[in-house]
Design a protein around this ligand. Structure first.
Ligand SMILES: [Fe+2]
Length: 336
C-alpha cells in the first residue's frame, strides 16, 4: 500500500479547515489532521507526525508564526505553507524569514494548492536525500541565511541545489565533482545579500537602473566566495558567479563569458536557476505552466544554456527525478 503524505491543517475558521481537509482527502494522496488553535495543534502533532503543515496566521492564543517556530523545533525542516487572507507584505516577509516554503493568499484555488503541496513535498523529500559533508553543510547554511534578506524567492537556493544535483548525476559527474556542484549551487546567489532591500524586496517589475543593481549580485557572489581559500572550495566562486552567463552569445553577466569559457558547474546551475524561476511564483508573476516551461527550456538549448546540460536536464525529467507537473501524485518519490 502506498504511503500517504500527512498534512496538518491549522485554521481558526472551522468551515475553512474542513473545506481544505475535504478536498485534500478527496485526492486520496493525503492523510489530513485539522486543528483550530496553537495549543490544540501542539497537543496533536506528536501523535500525527506531519510531513507538511498548512498554517493560517491569525489563530487563537499563538499566531501562525509561533506555531511554525514550535513545529520546526519538534520537526526540523518541516515544510510549512502559509494560507491566509492577509496579503500584508510584512506578514509575507515574516513567513519566509521564519523558514516557510510557500505563502498562499485566500481566496484560493484548490487545484493550485494541491500543486503547491506536491511541489513542496517533492523538494522536502529530495532535500533529505542530498549528499552531506562539512563543506556542503556550510554552503547550505549560507543558502538558508539568504532567506533572511531575500524573502521573495523562498527556498530557492535549496531547490537549485537539488535540480543541479539531478542534472549533474545525469551528466555522469563523480562524487567529488557533485560535492563541488552542490556547494556552488547552494551559494550561487549569496551576492544578493549585497543588493538593497528596496530592490530585493520590490513587489513589481524592476526599472532598468534597479535591474542593473540586481544583476550585480553575481559579481558579489564571486567577491564573497573567492575569500574562501580551502582546497574543497577551489573553483566554487567562479562556478557560482557564472550562473547568469549566456552559453551561446556571451552576453550574460557578470563576466560576459561564452561557451566553454564558462565552468561546467556554472552551466548546470544556470539551467537549474532558470528552471526554478520559471516554476516559482514571484511578486510580479505566477508560475509558468509545466508544458510551457519545458518548451522554454528546450528553446534555450544552445542559446542561453549548454546543450549537454539541457540534454541531462530532460533525461532527469524523463526519469521523474526533475518534475514539471505537480498536479499528479508524487507517491513514487515518497516510497522510492
Ligand atoms: Fe542569481
Amino acid at each position: 500500500m502506498e504511503k500517504k503524505a500527512k498534512i496538518l491543517v491549522v485554521d481558526n475558521d472551522k468551515s475553512v479547515r474542513v473545506t481544505i481537509g475535504r478536498f485534500l482527502e478527496r485526492t486520496d494522496q493525503f492523510e489530513v489532521h485539522l486543528t483550530g488553535s496553537g495549543p490544540e495543534t501542539m497537543d496533536a502533532v506528536n501523535d500525527f507526525q506531519p510531513d507538511l503543515a498548512l498554517l493560517d496566521i491569525i489563530i487563537p492564543e499563538m499566531d501562525g508564526f509561533e506555531v511554525m517556530d514550535r513545529l520546526q523545533l519538534l520537526f526540523p525542516r518541516l515544510p510549512v505553507i502559509f494560507i491566509t487572507g492577509n496579503d500584508d507584505v510584512e506578514y509575507y516577509r515574516r513567513a519566509f524569514f521564519g523558514g516557510a516554503d510557500e505563502y498562499i493568499t485566500k481566496p484560493f484555488d484548490q487545484r493550485r494548492i494541491i500543486e503547491i503541496i506536491n511541489r513542496t513535498l517533492y523538494y522536502s523529500l529530495a532535500a533529505k536525500r542530498l549528499p552531506e559533508n562539512d563543506h556542503i553543510s556550510i554552503a547550505a547554511a549560507w543558502g538558508r541565511g539568504l532567506n533572511f534578506r531575500d524573502s521573495t524567492t523562498g527556498c530557492h537556493s535549496e531547490r537549485v541545489a537539488i535540480t543541479s544535483l539531478f542534472i549533474g548525476q545525469e551528466m555522469g559527474l563523480a562524487d567529488h565533482e557533485l560535492t563541488k556542484l552542490l556547494i556552488a549551487a547552494w551559494t550561487h546567489d549569496v551576492g544578493r545579500m549585497g543588493v538593497s532591500d528596496a530592490i530585493l524586496l520590490k513587489r513589481g517589475r524592476l526599472i532598468p537602473s534597479e535591474w542593473e543593481e540586481m544583476k550585480s549580485h553575481a559579481q558579489k557572489s564571486y567577491d564573497i566566495l573567492k575569500e574562501i581559500t580551502l582546497p574543497e572550495w577551489d573553483g566554487i566562486a567562479l562556478a557560482a558567479a557564472t550562473h547568469h552567463e549566456n552559453w551561446g552569445n556571451g552576453k550574460g553577466y557578470p563576466f560576459g563569458l561564452q561557451g566553454d569559457q564558462i565552468p561546467e558547474n556554472g552551466c548546470i546551475i544556470s539551467a537549474a536557476d532558470i528552471w526554478d524561476a520559471l516554476q516559482s511564483r514571484r511578486p510580479y508573476k505566477e508560475p509558468m505552466p509545466a508544458d510551457e516551461s519545458l518548451a522554454l527550456m528546450e528553446t534555450l538549448n544552445g542559446k542561453n544554456l549548454r546543450p549537454d546540460v539541457v540534454d541531462a536536464f530532460f533525461k532527469a525529467h524523463e526519469k521523474k527525478r526533475i518534475i514539471a507537473d505537480f498536479s499528479t501524485p508524487i507517491n513514487l518519490f515518497i516510497n522510492g
